[in-house]
Design a protein around this ligand. Structure first.
Ligand SMILES: Cc1ncc(COP(=O)(O)O)c(C=O)c1O
Length: 492
């Protein structure tokens, strides 16, 4: 079922508080993405790609040396399965505001933003000063209660409409794992439905239907079938299919939760219609399933009230990560309704039924203070909105260049999350398996080459297809970035 924009409900959103100035015309974006997938690939020209790769060989010798050493002791030479490593990873030794510097002294405009967390800009001084003084006082951890645990929970509960209580954990992955256990404990039901193509971390039950909808256990190497037996994926945007799954599950243990990224799978790479989340809320209510918003990316980036505040939809549980600690380590947490959250009651004296979660370093003072002061600074500076304006400028500028150069590429943004699809690989689906088989590899390589070309022109992106903007991105920085994107696009 294709859902239509509901502008009247959008008008109710207090735009001044949110990074997204206007929800996009979702059908129009899908139309352009469809065209991109149909049109011939437009990679960097073969006589130009040599120049791109030469940048790495001649200007990044220090990075090359570290990357070679990494390959000997780190599987694949990088520590995350989603890390960009073409032609080899750059080694960074300085991060300031909107810029990164690699070990060879090259500077880059930083649109990776550590994968999303540094909404205030990298290495933000006011937070760093607070962390330094905390470290002087009590070090990173004591294992006992610290006031910043409470302050962090309070500031989150104040801003996030669906959060009455908060439990801090170590990462988004851990928080998703905990929330699923919690949903099953609370509802007594079994199945969990995610959207195909969505990413919710790498726990056993969530390595399912990743990136390409319909791929199920494709990446589930080392995961027993039993671990994903109660996980299902539904095609993103297809609420009819979701309803059918919920009906069917009624006959076989019920659905404990539907978990979604509220902008759409892969941080809005497959964007939803404005009214989608409200409809999800209604469907979950009518089947007695909990609605979990995975706000690892959107939490504080879309606004201090998250995507739930922007869409005006209250999930039962919310997953936090990334911006939760402003780029400092151990960013993960679960927030939600008090009656559900109480099943996470910690401590040796807690009695009765509970969903067991925890971690030696969870809620350490360093991470909690980093979170508290980062969110406080976001509040003070209006960082989500400023970063969103930079995202609007970048996205608008990219659209202009794409049109002017008559390229089939697609650029759009949801506030400070800017999508740039040049090969369309992220939009492929197993609804057309032959096309995936025939074209996915080549399309992925085109995306990698574009990513390398952006780096060679002094810009770090997320795998060549996404840019996160931050409060540090001034108009001048964005305009300079647009000049560089134009130079890259002239190589195709
Ligand atoms: C939407 C979403 N959920 C969960 C995760 C996993 O979080 P973490 O990497 O902190 O485990 C990510 C990470 O990128 C994410 O984007």
């Amino acid at each position: 079922m294709i859902l239509k924009e509901k502008n009247e409900s959008q008008e109710a959103i207090p735009q001044a508080e949110y990074a997204i100035s206007k929800w996009h015309d979702t059908d129009e974006i899908y139309g352009r993405l469809k065209e991109l997938l149909k049109s011939p690939l437009r990679p960097i020209r073969r006589d130009k790609i040599g120049g791109v790769l030469e940048y790495f060989e001649t200007k990044c010798k220090g990075s090359r040396k570290i990357a070679t050493a990494a390959e000997a002791v780190i599987p694949g030479g990088v520590q995350h399965n989603l890390a960009f490593n073409y032609p080899f990873p750059l080694a960074i030794d300085q991060a300031r505001g909107a810029y990164l510097r690699d070990v060879d002294g090259n500077t880059y405009i930083d649109f990776l933003q550590a994968g999303g967390p540094t909404l205030l800009g990298s290495n933000y001084e006011p937070v760093k000063e607070k962390i330094k003084s905390l470290l002087d006082e009590c070090g990173p951890t004591t294992g006992l209660l610290h006031e910043y645990e409470v302050k962090l929970a309070e500031i989150i509960c104040k801003h996030m409409p669906g959060v009455e209580m908060f439990r801090m954990l170590g990462s988004g992955t851990e928080a998703v794992m905990g929330a699923i256990r919690l949903a099953r404990a609370y509802t007594g039901k079994r199945h969990v439905i995610k959207m195909g193509g969505g990413y919710h971390g790498w726990s056993d039950s969530m390595v399912y239907g990743m990136r390409i909808p319909g791929t199920g256990r494709h990446e589930a190497t080392g995961i027993p079938k039993g671990a994903t037996a109660s996980t299902e994926e539904s095609f993103p945007g297809d609420l009819g299919a979701l309803r059918r799954k919920l009906w069917l599950n009624r006959l076989r243990g019920g659905t404990a939760a539907v978990i979604v990224e509220p902008l759409g799978p892969e941080s809005g790479t497959r964007p939803v219609h404005f009214d989608y989340n409200r409809q999800l809320r209604e469907i979950c209510d009518s089947f007695g399933a909990l609605l979990i918003f995975d706000e690892v990316v959107t939490g504080f980036r879309v606004g201090l009230g998250g995507a739930q505040g922007f869409f005006g939809v209250r999930p039962d549980l919310t997953i936090f990560g990334k911006c939760l600690t402003g780029g400092y380590p151990m960013a993960g947490g679960i927030g939600g309704r008090k009656d559900i959250m109480m099943l996470l009651a910690g401590g040796l004296s807690a009695n009765g039924k509970r969903a067991f979660v925890g971690g030696t370093l969870s809620a350490n003072p360093l991470s909690c203070a980093a979170g508290y002061f980062s969110i406080q600074e976001m509040e003070r500076t209006n960082a989500p909105v400023l970063a969103g304006r930079a995202g609007d400028r970048l996205s608008r500028g990219l659209q202009g260049i794409i049109e002017r150069l008559r390229l089939p590429y697609v650029a759009y943004n949801q506030g400070s999350i800017v999508h740039l699809q040049t090969s369309g690989v992220l939009l492929m689906s197993l609804r057309n398996p032959l096309k995936v088989l025939r074209e996915a590899k080549e399309r992925k390589h085109v995306m990698e080459e574009m990513g390398a070309a952006y780096s060679a022109h002094g810009m770090i992106t997320l795998a060549g297809s996404r840019m996160y903007t931050s409060m540090a991105d001034t108009d001048d920085i964005i305009d300079e970035a647009l000049n560089r994107f134009e130079s890259v696009f002239k190589l195709v």
